[in-house]
Design a protein around this ligand. Structure first.
Ligand code: GLP
Length: 236
């Protein structure tokens, strides 16, 4: 796990963008994408660039259950707003949170991932160490599944909704087993809310209690952190 320290989110986005360019130059064809506030500066860099994704595929980590695609807080909507409207891909996949048969939807999403191995995966991290929507306690062997969101995640994400009751209670998430198959993983974290999770991810035991800790076992992970997110790390 390589840790890169940056001044702020903007610089973090620039570093992640240069890693993306390198991956594409080395033949990356499928990108794994994330939502949340963390990758916003990265998407700004991508949108402002001359990169062309019309021959590439994207696969997102997760989507809320129950929100229509055009709901302003759906991850479908987020991706259109922040990336796809400006930079369309040949094909872009997100789980369908309105699927009538969620179990079938998770199987179908696993097939999509199997058919498009992820070359370059962007990740954020939840305050409790979740990646995608893989909450603490989720088996590392899990592929795509339906998640009951933790109270703390609902609370953290309620800042984007009118009231906390509007936050969906479930999501569909790519599993940790699939995330671990990505060739290169770039995880960004900014702000003091992430400091504990980053410390445990980098130097704690590998444990399902802190889902992101499994990344210690991946051979190509870059962690990009600002000073606050790095503040609990032991200085080397
Ligand atoms: C959500 C998403 C994650 C994201 C996390 C952190 O729960 N499912 O993919 O990494 O929140 O969000 P933020 O980047 O807004 O702090």
């Amino acid at each position: 796990m390589k840790v890169i320290h940056v001044k702020n989110q903007v610089e973090g986005g620039q570093v992640a963008f240069s890693l993306l360019k390198e991956a594409i130059a080395n033949g990356a064809k499928t990108l794994g994408l994330a939502t949340g506030s963390t990758p916003l500066a990265f998407y700004n860099e991508v949108v402002a660039s001359d990169l062309d994704f019309s021959e590439m595929t994207s696969i997102n980590l997760d989507e809320y259950v129950g929100l229509p695609k055009d709901h302003s807080q759906s991850y479908n909507y987020f991706m259109k707003e922040h990336l796809f409207n400006d930079k369309p891909f040949k094909e872009s996949f997100l789980p369908n949170g309105l699927a009538t048969n969620l179990a079938e939807e998770t199987k179908a999403y696993d097939k999509i991932i199997a058919n498009h191995p992820i070359d370059f995966q962007i990740l954020g991290i939840g305050r409790n160490g979740h990646i995608g929507f893989n909450e603490p306690g989720t088996s590392f062997e899990m592929t795509t599944h339906v998640v009951n969101l933790e109270e703390s995640t609902i609370e953290a994400n309620s800042r984007f909704f009118e009231t906390i009751n509007d936050v969906p209670k479930q999501a569909i998430s790519m599993g940790i087993a699939s995330i671990m198959l990505s060739k290169t993983i770039v995880l960004m974290a900014f702000g003091k809310d992430k400091a504990e999770a980053i410390k445990k991810m980098v130097s704690g035991p590998v444990s399902e209690d802190l889902p992101a800790s499994i990344l210690q076992k991946h051979k190509d992970v870059v962690v990009i952190v600002d000073e606050e997110a790095a503040s609990a790390l032991v200085k080397s």
